[in-house]
Design a protein around this ligand. Structure first.
Ligand code: ADP
Ligand code: MG
Length: 356
C-alpha cells in the first residue's frame, strides 16, 4: 500500500432496485479505496452485491437502479459523469473483465482486429503497428502461435483463450484500474490458475490496480493484497489477505474459510455454512448473517453491527461478537460434514500452484 491518493475511491455506495416485490437493497453502504498497483479481492456468496457494486463503478447499471454515494476516479465522481464522459473512462481508465468473455468480444471480428482496434482507439499509431502490437499482446497473455491466432474469430478459440484475449484488450487500453468480475468462474479448473496469471501479467505490464471479484476465497489467496468480504449487499469484513485468512473477525469469513478445501491438510473435513444468504428485498433489522451464525444472540436480530476497526487499524469487521471469533477454528463454530476428503483436490482450489 502507498500513502498517495487512491486511484479509485468508493464511498458509501448504495444501490437499490424498485421491483414489484419491493425494494431490492443490492448494495448497502459499500466503501473501498484502491491504491496504485494494489490488488483488492472482493469475496462473497452469490447475490451479495459484488457485481452490482462494480457495475455501479462502471456506470453500467440499468436505468431503474437508484444509486447514491460517490465513486472518485482521477478526481472526478463517476456517478456524476455523462454517458459520453463515462465512455472515455470505460476501457481507457477502467477496464473490466467479465465472467463470460463473449460478453466483451465481437463474434464477427478476428481477435487480432479487436485488439488492434483497442490500441488505435487510444493511441495514435498506424494500423500495421497496432496489428504487430496485438500479436505481442497475445504472446504476453501466453496464447500459443499468436501470429496465427490473431487471424481467428472468437468461436475458434477455447473459453480460456477467449478470456486471455479479453485480458489482452484490457492491456491495450492501458487502464489505471482493472475490475475482474469472476474472471475464472466459467472456466475449467485447470485453466483458472493460468487466467489469474494472465491477469497478473496485465496488471504488471500496465501498472494498473485491480479489483478481483470472486465467490471463491481460494482464488484470492495468491493474488490479492487486501480483501473485502461482502454479505447481503454490505462489506462485513475488510483487511489484508493475512488478516482475513489467519485472524478473521467475522463469523461469516470464518465460515467461508471452513468451506474452502485446502491442499496443505491431508485429510480434512469441510465445514460448509448451513443455510443460504437472505433475500435483500425488504430486509428485516439486525445482522443479515444472524440466522446462519452460531454466535448469534438477541442483539444480532435487533441491531445491524457497523463495520468497525479492531486492534489492527486497517482490519474492519461488522460483528457484535468479533472478539469471540479470534483464534477460532471453523470446525469449532460450524458443523463439519461427515464426508472426509480422501481424494486429492483439483489444482485450481489453490491458485498459487500451476496445474500439472
Ligand atoms: P453477486 O455479484 O455478488 O452474485 P449481484 O451484485 O449480481 O450479486 O446481485 C446483488 C443483488 O441484487 C441480488 O439479490 C440480485 O438479485 C439483485 N439484482 C441485481 N441486478 C438487479 C436488477 N437489475 N434488478 C433487481 N435486482 C437486481
Ligand atoms: Mg456477480
Amino acid at each position: 500500500m502507498t500513502s498517495t491518493e487512491p486511484v479509485l475511491s468508493v464511498s458509501d455506495l448504495n444501490v437499490t432496485f424498485p421491483t414489484d416485490d419491493g425494494l431490492v437493497q443490492a448494495v448497502r453502504g459499500v466503501s473501498y479505496e484502491l491504491h496504485g498497483r494494489e490488488v483488492l479481492g472482493i469475496v462473497g456468496e452469490s447475490g451479495s452485491g459484488k457485481s452490482v457494486t462494480s457495475l455501479a463503478v462502471m456506470g453500467l447499471l440499468p436505468k431503474t437502479a437508484r444509486v447514491s454515494g460517490s465513486v472518485v476516479f482521477e478526481g472526478k465522481d463517476l456517478l456524476k459523469l455523462s454517458e459520453k464522459e463515462m465512455n472515455k473512462v470505460r476501457g481507457h481508465g477502467i477496464a473490466m473483465v467479465f465472467q463470460d468473455p463473449m460478453t466483451s468480444l465481437n463474434p464477427v471480428y478476428t481477435v487480432g482486429d479487436q485488439i488492434s482496434e483497442a490500441i488505435t482507439a487510444h493511441h495514435d499509431v498506424r494500423r500495421d503497428v497496432a496489428r504487430k502490437q496485438a500479436v505481442e499482446l497475445l504472446d504476453l497473455v501466453r496464447i500459443p502461435n499468436p501470429q496465427q491466432r490473431a487471424k481467428e474469430y472468437p468461436h475458434q478459440l477455447s473459453g480460456g483463450m477467449r478470456q486471455r484475449v479479453v485480458i489482452a484488450i484490457a492491456m491495450a487500453n492501458n487502464p489505471k484500474v482493472i475490475i475482474a468480475d469472476e474472471p475464472t468462474t466459467a472456466l475449467d479448473v485447470t485453466v483458472q490458475a493460468q487466467i489469474l496469471e494472465a491477469l497478473q501479467t496485465a496488471q504488471q505490464e500496465t501498472g494498473a490496480a485491480m479489483v478481483l471479484i470472486t465467490h471463491d476465497l481460494g482464488v484470492i489467496a495468491g493474488q490479492a493484497d487486501r480483501v473485502q468480504v461482502m454479505y447481503a449487499g454490505k462489506a462485513v469484513e475488510a483487511g489484508t489477505v493475512d488478516e482475513i485468512f489467519y485472524t478473521p473477525r467475522m463469523p461469516y469469513t470464518l465460515g467461508l474459510l471452513g468451506s474452502l478445501p485446502r491442499l496443505d491438510i491431508k485429510s480434512e473435513r469441510l465445514t460448509p455454512i448451513a443455510g443460504s444468504p437472505p433475500s435483500v428485498i425488504n430486509m428485516p433489522p439486525g445482522c443479515p448473517f444472524s440466522p446462519r451464525c452460531p454466535l448469534s444472540q438477541d442483539i444480532c436480530d435487533q441491531e445491524e453491527p457497523m463495520l468497525e476497526a479492531g486492534t489492527n487499524a486497517g482490519h474492519f469487521a461488522a460483528c457484535h461478537f468479533s472478539e469471540q471469533v479470534a483464534g477460532r477454528d471453523p470446525a469449532d463454530l460450524f458443523h463439519p460434514t461427515s464426508i472426509d476428503i480422501a481424494e486429492p483436490l483439483p489444482a485450481a482450489v489453490n491458485p498459487g500452484e500451476e496445474p500439472s
